[in-house]
Write a protein that binds this ligand. Structure first.
Ligand code: NDP
Length: 491
């Protein structure tokens, strides 16, 4: 079994309390690693290091293009360590190795290269203020030590997105992954030691959200919090941050609708809707978990969907032949099964799946079949609450207006999909959907260049793109008087 320590000020430390938490492999049910249970003293050590590195270390004074070079090294190190990091993430949360490892080598490494290039390109402006003789200009500046709190479903992806943008902006970082999947972030830090960042620039603490996470958010020297997780943890974090007037970036959950119109290519839509939820077993924030389908093609669409998913192979996440891996941890697995029972009790019709299963090559794992419910109505829990599992709710509509109304009738607004061969109509519908990302005739695309984030209770602030870096910066307005005129106010 592997025991990790936490990382602060360029060194590995044992937790002050001496306590560790078990990390359980969701495919085997075995405790495979132990992670530190950091307390207030440990969090303080990491935050002080980040603060010192920003205020007094080379990082805070570094030229933007030098930061860019440091970020490029992080990208290179990520590629060099992708195999081992992918294996650890698979053990940590059951993510399929064939998805994570190539991603680390390509589009996730690109996060570092993208922000490396952007580090010296964020420009302020000269503003024509109504004040004669005054030169007014703006500067984008980093906040200082920032906290990055990540969820268990994609710890490496979320950490990389946050670290790349926060560091490029000139901040120093303390990262806190979920207690359910912290090992891959600790291993990422082990790899990043090869990039020779100055001590304190990047630090990792682990432990319980309500304790370690809350201590981190509450620390006086943390100037901004970037949070990815659920509404409950997000609201608690926002409340804690509000006590100290700290800005927060919130990347929360969703109940994202997929609108399939009768004029869509139904086979394309069936492939896209299935791909938009089932391969990660529904454990993606942007899962398209509500299928709104035009009544006239409802039965044909459901039939096509069932045909697509009936060939899905559940199994060990390191087996290249596996399509769907396990649920990342036991309490979440139990939650999903409860949601399935609740949907049945509420009158939804189970059209496919709905069971926990034991695949041959991973008989002790936490697997749930891809599941489809029809006869779902807007008032059901299944139509309104995030399951964060492989459960698709199908709801028919009879007009475009009704489809848009139902799509927007949600407390969430993270993503949406529109399937239609009439591009002009698809664009008109996309304009009216209250979601941070809308996909037309595709789903699940996300690259570093384009911002992601939520409307409504799916969050605020953005990650990725130029906006993702500016979210980690604050604007200073500078006023310079070019005239020698400073009249005596009391003359
Ligand atoms: P949680 O909100 O439970 O946890 C998220 C993170 O916050 C974890 O590190 C957790 O630690 C920590 N945390 C929990 N409570 C507090 C607190 N009071 N103060 C500080 N930190 C705290 O979410 P999940 O981990 O269950 O993740 C699933 C959710 O994340 C889903 O809703 C999903 O949609 C969303 N998500 C959103 C994404 C986006 O980009 N919009 C991307 C991925 C997921 P611990 O786990 O140790 O309790």
């Amino acid at each position: 079994m592997k025991t990790f320590d936490f990382y602060a000020n360029g060194q590995w430390h044992k937790p002050f309390s001496g306590e560790y938490l078990d990390s359980i492999d969701p495919t085997t049910g075995e405790v495979w690693a132990r992670i530190p249970k950091c307390n207030t003293e440990d969090v303080d050590k990491a935050v002080q290091a980040a603060h010192q590195a920003f205020e007094h270390g080379p990082w805070g004074r570094m030229l933007p293009s030098e930061r860019g070079r440091a970020l490029r090294r992080l990208g290179d190190v990520l590629i060099e360590n992708a195999e081992i990091l992918g294996e650890i993430e698979t053990r940590d949360n059951g993510k399929k190795t064939k998805d994570i490892t190539p991603g680390l080598k390509s589009w996730l490494a690109d996060s570092f290269y993208y922000y490396a290039g952007l580090a010296d390109k964020i420009e302020g402006s000269v503003i024509p203020v109504d004040a004669p003789g005054i030169l007014n200009y703006t500067r984008y500046e980093p906040f200082g030590a920032v906290a990055c709190i990540t969820a268990w479903n994609s710890p490496l992806l979320i950490a990389i997105w946050k670290i790349a943008a926060a560091l490029a902006a000139g901040n120093t970082v303390v990262i806190k992954p979920s207690e359910y999947a912290s090992a891959s972030t600790l291993a990422l830090m082990q790899a990043f030691e090869q990039a020779d960042l100055a001590p304190g620039v990047l630090n990792v603490v682990t432990g319980l959200g309500a304790q370690t996470g809350a201590d981190l958010v509450n620390h006086d020297l943390i100037r901004l919090v970037s949070f990815t997780g659920g509404i409950g943890g997000g609201a608690a974090t926002a409340v804690t941050a509000a006590q100290k007037i700290k800005p927060v970036i919130m990347e929360l959950g969703g109940k994202s609708p997929q609108l399939v119109f009768a004029d869509a290519d139904l086979q394309l839509a069936a492939n896209g809707v299935a791909a938009g939820i089932f391969p990660p077993a529904g454990q993606s924030c942007i899962s398209g978990s509500r299928l709104l389908v035009e009544q006239s093609v409802h039965d044909e669409m459901v039939e096509k969907l069932i045909k697509v998913i009936s060939s899905a192979r559940l199994g060990h996440p390191d087996d290249p032949a596996t399509h769907i891996g396990p649920i990342a941890h036991k309490s979440h697995f139990d939650c999903i099964l409860r949601d399935i029972e609740k949907a049945k009790a509420d009158g939804a019709r189970l059209a496919y799946g709905g069971n926990a299963v034991k695949p041959g090559n991973a008989a002790n794992g936490l697997f749930i079949e891809p599941t489809i419910f029809t006869n779902v109505t807007q008032d059901m829990k299944l139509a309104q609450d995030e399951v964060f599992g492989p459960v698709l709710a199908v709801i028919p509509f009879t007009s475009q207006e009704q489809a848009i109304e139902m799509a927007n009738d949600s407390k969430f607004g993270l993503a949406a999909g529109v399937w239609s061969q009439d591009s002009a109509r698809a664009i008109r519908v996309a304009d009216r959907l209250k979601a941070g990302t809308v996909y037309i005739n595709n789903y699940f695309n996300a690259t570093t260049q384009s911002p992601v984030g939520g409307y409504k209770q799916s969050g605020y602030g953005r990650e990725n793109g130029i906006e993702g870096m500016k979210a980690f910066m604050q604007i200073k307005s500078v006023w310079l008087d070019t005239t020698p005129n400073q009249p005596d106010p009391f003359a």
